[in-house]
Design a protein around this ligand. Structure first.
Ligand SMILES: [Zn+2]
Length: 207
């Protein structure tokens, strides 16, 4: 367990609160130091409106499935309104960590084609989702050099923070590549009561 905590490299102000074995997986509960939140749009200090528990699939470690869980707040900015905060390890509303997707992509390159079913069993992930992740990252021409040279091996490497192996600009490009896939029609207005609304996408960001 100590080794696992070390490998995860949780970026400040986030930290590990609790690690639990549940059947064939390890669930890592993340918490956050009590420092103020910033608005994800303009960067100004913003107050917490409410929180929602979220789960992300993370890169396997030693062939064991890892899940991250954390309470993620929506913050209210006096200028920009209500927005869910962006965590360092995932896209907004994603169910995977970015590192998980890069790991799936690397395996897709290595095992793709006829071996998808085998890969699916090995990493315990649906073949169509493996294909979608593989093809999505293959399309990112500007990231090709950076991503294709990465060593993402679940036997030895489980960092939660994509910036531990990629420059900040590359991580921003990865986030951007996912967000542009969405169409405005996927947006909906969510009532927050008292005449206030938040604009949100109505699907979870899934591969
Ligand atoms: Zn703002």
């Amino acid at each position: 367990m100590k080794e696992l905590l070390h490998e995860l490299q949780i970026p400040y102000p986030w930290n590990v609160q609790h690690i639990q074995h549940r059947q064939k997986k390890i669930v890592v509960e993340l918490g956050r130091a009590s420092v103020p939140y910033d608005c994800p749009k303009c960067g100004k200090n913003a107050s917490v409106y409410d929180t929602k528990a979220r789960t992300w699939r993370h890169t396997n470690l030693m062939n064991c499935r890892i899940e991250l869980i954390a309470d993620i707040p929506r913050v209210e900015c006096s200028t920009c309104g209500m927005h869910t905060i962006v965590v360092p390890w995932a896209y907004l509303r994603s169910r995977n960590s970015i590192m998980f997707e890069l790991w799936v992509y690397k395996n897709y390159l290595f095992w793709g084609g006829d071996n998808i079913q085998q890969l699916s069993k090995w990493i315990d992930y649906h073949p169509p989702s493996i294909e979608r992740i593989g093809k999505h990252y293959q399309r990112q021409e500007c990231l090709k050099e950076l991503i294709d040279d990465l060593w993402v091996d679940s036997q030895f490497f489980a960092s939660v923070d994509p910036e531990s192996i990629l420059p900040t600009s590359a991580v921003e490009q990865i986030r951007e590549s996912k967000s542009v896939q969405r169409s405005p029609s996927q947006k909906k207005r969510i009532s927050l009561g008292r005449g206030r609304y938040e604009e949100e996408y109505d699907d979870d960001c899934m591969f």
